[in-house]
Design a protein around this ligand. Structure first.
Ligand code: X90
Length: 275
């Protein structure tokens, strides 16, 4: 038996038919704290954060919360949001070392996905597929690493306020965006940080840039996973534009969890694809 454990930036609190646990990050202001788990009302949290005038921030899971999620498992695949933007990978590694000290027979691999959300989802699905073929721990680790180097992440923002406020993108870029009423398309770099790649005015232009940039990255009709922050229509429209070119597209659209919603902000979508 194996278990997959991912931090809550993967957008899912459960995964049918496998042993899966999500470890929540937290979001907070001076007045309230939200735990990004299955009990979080994402819409209520987002409304509150939008109306709140002070600073808001996020925090990575504690070592103890990882350890709790590892307990009882013997073969663990742990997926984290990029170490380029979060301490989550670091806390997962500390927990993994501690777990191995107390459970010398266990096997634990922590993946720094250099990404988040839908690209983590693709990796989860890959690991499930590899385990269904009865691959060993070593084989799964090797093939999962290879797979991760072929997937990519793209996202659109209408506001970068929360990223800028938390020092994760440039403040000048963030305020220019707010004034111009444009969307920014970005990608995750191989190092796992955010790279803005273009700006568009209007949804049709944005959809065209999504398709263009994905194809530029080598996309040829592989799997697509998209999470959205209260903008299912945009996710659907990007999928339809791709489906016109790739009729057999395997796509799955779902609402973003708390962490991704907070950073991509209302109206944003995050797309993971096999390239
Ligand atoms: O440790 C923490 O407090 C969490 C910090 C996370 C900061 C960034 C989250 C970004 C989420 C934005 C689009 C995709 C980013 C691409 C990653 C390289 C969503």
């Amino acid at each position: 038996m194996y278990r997959i454990v991912a931090d809550s930036s993967c957008d899912f609190a459960s995964y049918p038919e496998i042993d899966f646990k999500s470890v929540p990050l937290t979001l907070s202001t001076a007045e309230r704290e939200f735990t990004d788990d299955c009990n979080l009302n994402v819409r209520e949290m987002m409304d509150y954060m939008t109306s709140y005038k002070g600073r808001s921030q996020t925090a990575c899971p504690s070592v103890d919360s990882w350890l709790e999620a590892f307990e009882g498992a013997e073969e663990l695949y742990v997926l984290t949001i990029t170490s380029g933007l979060s301490g989550t990978y670091n806390s997962a590694c500390l927990a993994a070392n501690q777990f191995l000290e107390n459970h010398p027979g266990a096997k634990v691999r922590v993946f720094d996905t250099k990404s988040t959300g839908p690209e983590m989802r693709l990796l989860m699905e890959k690991i499930v597929e590899l385990k269904s073929q009865d691959k060993s721990f070593t084989e799964v680790c090797k093939e999962a690493d290879a797979y991760l180097s072929t997937t990519r992440l793209f996202f659109s923002f209408q506001s970068l306020h929360n990223l800028a406020q938390n020092g994760r993108v440039n403040k000048v870029l963030a305020s220019a965006l707010g004034m111009l009423h444009i969307s920014i398309l970005g990608t995750a770099t191989p190092e796992g940080v955010i790279e803005p790649i273009g700006k568009s005015r209007g949804e049709n232009a944005l959809i065209r840039s999504f398709v263009k940039e994905i194809e530029k990255a080598g996309y040829q009709g592989g799997k697509i996973r998209i999470c959205h922050a209260d903008n299912e229509a945009l996710a659907q429209n990007v999928t339809s534009a791709l489906r016109e070119k790739y009729p057999n597209l395997d796509a799955f659209i779902y609402p973003a969890g708390g962490l991704c919603s907070f950073y991509v902000e209302n109206g944003g979508i995050i797309l993971g694809c096999e390239c």
